[in-house]
Design a protein around this ligand. Structure first.
Ligand code: DSN
Length: 453
């Protein structure tokens, strides 16, 4: 019988190396794509605010033999044999998640942040119940009640927004809550550069008897590091994806704090039990145990002092980037940032977000187009771009490099012909000059092969 002894035989490393060797020999075309993508990430400035780069040890877990497992249920209560080691891994990931966020309950099985939100809604609501979430066009997320997703189709969804300066309009949230009496209020955003007042949201939720869900997908690293206030004991439930600011694998996480033992109306289940049941069997079957192991690894990395330093650098860099762009005359949504993200209103200069995104990408600066408050352009064109500091901070860049990045972005945007469309041709001399500067930055600040330690 095979034991669970830790033998450190090298079998894991040999298997991983064999995998790459066989991929090259058996499928050179696919190997070439993956190799090129690896090099592309090394050679470009990733400033998509929802992106990061996972440590190779995280990726090794995700690609390990644990992904071969078929199993349903939870540690100690599976529906298949052969899960003793998987149970240890999932328990470790769960314990680390609870410890990292000072939560009382964690579920590490959700396949993504979107799925985590679906699980919470299906666990706590009945079809047709009212959900109050941030409008997608104001910076919310598809899964917070947008009509384009099941969250806005299976539930009666009402949206709150931002004021004319781009700040969250808490007064409007309160009025809409009183008017519509939602069963669930969702806070958290995909494109909002300011801190979120979770205590205020909870007070509004309590005033109408609603559950509060905080989706911290974008700011989970800042929350874990204590740089952004934590929602854990304010919200009934907190969700996050694990590949954005936690530098983990593709996946999601559900957390709960002081409310996790509350018995839900009907008296059948506590909140924690409803979330367990909502994940499996209600929404998911077999979890990806490789991803669960990778989450365990990422949570350990995020618990280290080096991660707190990284999170602090993210926030400092975002502020430096915002200040430098503002000094160069760019209009920023809310005038600046409290987190990792900067929203630039390029429409005021006569550009579209799509054109800016394309021209920046052409020079090796990777951002995404994003709507701005009162945008007259749709989500495919937009009048803004969204920038983030996660990966640049990981590369060791600081305020000085943020000023260089701001100057490069400004150089590109200033050279663009005014356009309302999304197809642009950038002046070749400007493109070559910026490409060379980007290459130099990437060489000077390589992605760390052994990130954080
Ligand atoms: N929510 C998307 C974003 O903010 O870019 C990614 O999942």
């Amino acid at each position: 019988m095979i034991t669970t002894m830790d033998t450190a035989t090298g079998a894991l490393a040999a298997h991983a190396a064999l995998g790459v060797e066989r991929l090259l020999a058996m499928d050179p075309a696919l190997h070439s794509m993956l190799e090129r993508e690896h090099l592309r990430q090394e050679a470009t400035l990733a400033m998509v605010a929802s992106s990061s780069a996972a440590d190779p040890s995280v990726l090794a877990c995700a690609g390990s033999s644990l992904s071969n497992l078929t199993t349903e249920g939870y540690p100690g209560a599976r529906y298949h044999a052969g899960c003793a080691i998987a149970d240890e891994v999932e328990q470790l990931a769960t314990d680390r998640a609870r410890s990292l966020f000072a939560a009382q309950y964690a579920n590490v099985q959700p396949h993504s942040g979107s799925t985590a939100n679906q699980i919470v809604m299906c666990a706590l609501l009945r079809p047709g119940d009212t959900v109050l979430g941030m409008e997608l066009s104001a910076g919310g997320h598809l899964t917070h009640g947008s009509r384009a997703s099941m969250s806005g189709r299976f539930f009666d969804s009402v949206g709150y927004g931002i004021d004319a300066d781009g700040f969250l309009d808490y007064g409007a949230v309160e009025r809409l809550a009183r008017q519509h009496r939602p069963r669930l209020i969702v806070c958290g955003a995909s494109a909002y550069p300011r801190a979120i007042d979770f205590a205020r949201f909870r007070a509004i939720a309590d005033s109408v008897g609603a559950f509060l869900l905080a989706d911290i997908s974008h700011i989970a690293g800042l929350v874990a590091a204590g740089i952004h206030p934590s929602p854990i004991d304010h919200a009934h439930v907190t969700t996050t994806s694990t590949y954005k600011q936690l530098y983990g694998p593709r996946g999601g996480l559900i957390l709960s704090g002081r409310d996790s033992h509350t018995v839900l109306p009907g008296g059948r289940r506590t909140l924690a039990q409803a979330l367990q049941h909502g994940t499996f069997p209600l929404l998911q079957g077999t979890p990806d145990l490789g991803a669960v192991a990778a989450k365990a690894r990422a949570f350990d990395v995020a618990a280290q002092p080096e991660f707190r330093a990284l999170a602090a650098a993210i926030a400092v860099n975002a502020r430096s980037l915002a200040e430098a762009l503002a000094d160069l005359g760019h209009a920023l949504v809310t005038g600046g940032t409290d987190n990792h993200m900067v929203l630039v209103d390029v429409g005021r200069g006569g550009l579209t977000g799509a054109a800016a995104e394309q021209a920046l990408a052409d020079c090796g600066i990777i951002v995404n187009r994003n709507q701005v408050p009162g945008d007259t352009r749709g989500p495919r064109i937009t009048s803004g771009i969204r920038l983030g500091a996660n990966t640049l901070a990981l590369r060791g860049m600081g305020p000085n490099e943020m000023r260089i990045c701001a100057a490069l972005i400004d150089r590109i945007l200033a050279a663009l012909p005014l356009s309302s469309g999304d197809a642009v041709t950038l002046d070749h001399a400007v493109r070559n000059e910026v490409r060379e500067a980007v290459a130099e930055l990437c060489r000077a600040f390589p992605l760390p092969h052994n990130a954080l330690r």
